[in-house]
Write a protein that binds this ligand. Structure first.
Ligand code: C5P
Length: 203
């Protein structure tokens, strides 16, 4: 059985939590595709060139515990503008999406480029102010020392770079369902997403 759920949206809109919970609710596998760009970015920060870093990515690179820092996020969004980097990472994501038993992938270009035929496409957004507050709390809870201003600057720089790049820019697929989580708690946002997936599942 193949069933693919594509979840895209800007950073800190809630798509990570929604994706994990949708996958666990339906028993599907989950791939946070941002992690593969972060792992590539981390290798670049350690001195490698971006294209060989992406081509040589190994499973253990995704397990590093420093991938959630703002520095790695910026490096990820820079390597993500390079078409050869994206090409090197496409097949792994497509294979994951086609696995038996169902898959949820979240990122920026899943509904548009990686899985244009996904069974369900969601585009998750939230206002800038809400996203800044959520990411600030998330990083602070992890003990990462940041200010709201720095978080705002990181999100704005990445939003601009991700939306304006030539290859696979951040944008909703024409057939994506938009979920604006600005005024929702996380349980409500997850419930909305589960309802949408349920309505397409085994119909
Ligand atoms: O989702 P996350 O914030 O972890 O992603 C980090 C960066 O990786 C994004 O800012 C974006 O530049 C890049 N990315 C991408 N395509 C994806 C997932 C992430 O370009 N499918």
């Amino acid at each position: 059985m193949r069933f693919t759920v594509a979840i895209d949206g800007p950073a800190a809109a809630g798509k990570g939590t929604i994706s994990k919970q949708v996958a666990s609710h339906f028993g599907f596998a989950h791939l946070d595709t941002g992690l593969i760009y972060r792992a590539t970015g981390a290798r670049v920060l350690a001195g490698e060139n971006a294209v060989p870093a992406a081509q040589g990515l190994r499973a253990e690179d995704l397990q590093r515990d420093d991938l959630r820092t703002p520095d790695v996020a910026q490096a990820a969004s820079k390597v993500a503008t390079i078409p050869e980097v994206r090409n090197a990472l496409v097949q792994f994501q497509k294979d994951f999406a086609a696995r038996d038993g169902g898959a949820v992938l979240d990122g920026r270009d899943i509904g548009t480029v990686i899985c244009p035929d996904a069974d369900v496409k969601l585009f998750v957004t939230a206002s800038d102010a809400v996203r800044v507050e959520r990411r600030f709390l998330e990083l602070s809870e992890k003990g990462i020392d940041v200010t709201r201003e720095a978080v705002q600057a990181d999100l704005k720089a990445r939003d601009t770079r991700d939306s304006e790049r030539q290859t696979a820019p951040l944008k909703p697929a024409a057939d994506a369902i938009l979920i604006d989580t600005s005024d929702m708690g996380i349980e409500e946002a997850v419930a909305v997403a589960i309802n949408v997936v349920q309505s397409k599942w085994r119909n």
